[in-house]
Design a protein around this ligand. Structure first.
Ligand code: FE2
Length: 281
């Protein structure tokens, strides 16, 4: 086996080199990748550009990919793979104030759902000349650093996650009546026990976590603001500067992420994406 892993930062992540990912990997290589994923929480697989079919074959090493709600992004040949074009075609497409853009907000994917995906995979096909980094914070490290009494307190709490929350600075895409019915508010424990490694992480989404169960809005906001400030410190953070061909897989159970929305207009930024179910089967 020629695969190697090297840490990407002190906070999180491993870089995988030495493979040809357009070919079928053997069982040793698959096991190596999966163990590295659990250990580093994020892998950057250095690869050439893969087709949707090739990416799908790599994705199933990590579990079961599923189709996203928004059908207009699906690759019709492989609907579990979405093609995301985040290019700014016109000047007006680029956010004037990044703080008011939802992609800039720190989140874990789909936490407004009862069973959010365990992992997300992004594969860079086109990258602008600057900016557009995807940024990650390690909420397991952030949890581990807390004093014992704070850990005990947070372990006793649950939070309501909503499709939209007044805490987020900008509104998401409006849902149809059917989609509203499909996405009721859900409650998740504030501290998530990782179902495969048993590590604990702060489960927080600046775009979706609305309130702490059993507290009034003011006290709940105080708790959530403190968490927000704590988990996004630089010591827990890794910013990924994309190369064409990079495949990033990250663990939504112990990382949050956001996008640096500052990149030039008219320069293509295109990724393939798929989400992996939390249960392996
Ligand atoms: Fe995301």
């Amino acid at each position: 086996m020629n695969l190697n892993v090297t840490p990407l930062s002190d906070a999180l992540g491993g870089e995988i080199t030495g493979g040809n990912f357009s070919k079928n990997l053997n069982n040793n290589e698959k096991e190596f990748l999966y163990n590295c994923f659990l250990k580093y929480h994020l892998l950057c697989i250095r690869s050439s550009k893969l087709s949707s079919k090739e990416l799908y074959k790599l994705a199933i090493i990590f579990g079961t990919p599923f189709t996203e709600v928004t059908r207009n992004h699906w690759d019709l040949e492989v609907p579990e793979i979405s093609i995301l074009n985040s290019t700014y075609v016109n000047l007006s497409d680029k956010p004037k104030n990044p703080k008011l853009n939802r992609r800039n907000g720190w989140h874990t994917d789909h936490s407004f759902k009862k069973d959010p995906p365990k992992a997300t995979i992004l594969h860079a096909h086109e990258i602008p000349s600057y900016g557009g980094h995807t940024r990650f914070c390690n909420t397991n490290k952030a949890y581990d650093d807390l004093p014992k009494n704070k850990k005990e307190f947070l372990n006793s709490l649950s939070a309501v996650h909503c499709y939209d929350t007044q805490r987020a600075p900008a509104r998401p895409v409006e849902r149809t009546a059917y989609e509203i019915k499909e996405t009721p508010d859900v409650v998740h424990p504030l501290i998530l026990n990782h179902d495969e490694t048993n590590i604990k992480s702060i489960y927080f989404n600046a775009n979706r976590t609305d309130r702490i169960v059993g507290y009034d809005r003011k006290k709940s906001d105080e708790i959530l603001d403190e968490i927000d400030n704590h988990v996004t410190q630089n010591k827990y953070r890794y910013d990924h500067k994309w190369n064409i061909g990079d495949i990033i897989i990250w663990d939504n159970r112990c990382l949050i992420h956001s996008v640096n929305v500052d990149y030039p207009i008219k320069e293509p930024r295109i990724h393939l994406r798929t989400l992996i179910k939390r249960n392996k089967n």
